[in-house]
Design a protein around this ligand. Structure first.
Ligand code: CA
Length: 226
């Protein structure tokens, strides 16, 4: 009698252990796999913590070529669409079909405009980053971020557009701290907390190009000590 009751206790404990073990192991596994994704290393001491704003995986999220751009002679943007043939993050990106005429400056500009009460606040972050892809057959074009900030809707361009490399994704990274010198007009905290439009422009100083350029993975980044 005594032996069989002991056996039953052992069996019960074994069964309980088998039932609880997988349940206990699952969350631990999940924790482990999420770790490398968060640690996009910028240097050995600091990591760039990223907050993704636009990824163009399901739709254009309101990004468009503004009507006024079509009225300008130096406009090179033809139309925008969601593309599945290129992506720097996920599987899709925003594609601008462009027509850069020869021997003159022209630009393809796309933007998102926010409604009152829904303006963007970039304070608390150090960088604004955008990935731009040029097909291999494209000439050397430049890329830049353009913000429209504050109650005067001030058009705020980067001081130095970034040279894009045909055949690959190039990251345009702009300092958005009050001390930053990336902008033609200083981006104070008041302005960085009141971003009404976020725009991206690809421009040609004179080479002709008819074809697509791609934009993806628009994000805010902050360097954090490990
Ligand atoms: Ca994407």
């Amino acid at each position: 009698m005594r032996t069989s009751s002991m056996m039953r206790t052992v069996l019960f404990l074994l069964t309980a252990a088998l039932i609880t073990a997988p349940a206990g192991a699952a969350p631990a596994k999940k924790k482990k796999s999420s770790k490398p994704a968060a640690a996009a290393s910028a240097s050995s001491k600091e990591t760039l913590q990223v907050m993704r704003l636009f990824d163009f995986e399901t739709d254009l999220d309101g990004w468009r070529i503004p009507d006024w751009a079509f009225a300008k002679k130096d406009n090179a943007a033809v139309d925008v669409s969601l593309a599945e043939d290129q992506a720097s993050n996920g599987k899709k990106s925003l594609k601008i079909n462009c027509n850069f005429p020869p021997k003159m400056w022209s630009g393809a500009y796309v933007e998102i405009e926010r409604e009152s009460g829904n303006f963007m606040d970039f304070t608390g972050h150090q960088y604004l980053l955008v990935d731009i892809f040029l097909p291999p057959e494209a000439p050397k074009l430049k890329g830049e971020i353009i913000l429209t900030v504050g109650e005067n809707w001030a058009w705020t361009e980067e001081r130095q557009p970034v040279m894009l490399t045909p055949g690959q994704w190039t990251t345009v990274k702009a300092d958005i701290t009050p001390d930053g010198t990336a902008w033609k007009v200083r981006l104070t905290s008041d302005l960085a907390s009141d971003v009404r439009k976020l725009g991206v422009r690809v421009s040609s100083s004179s080479p002709e190009y008819k074809g697509p350029v791609y934009i993806d993975n628009i994000r805010l980044g902050s360097l954090k000590k490990k």
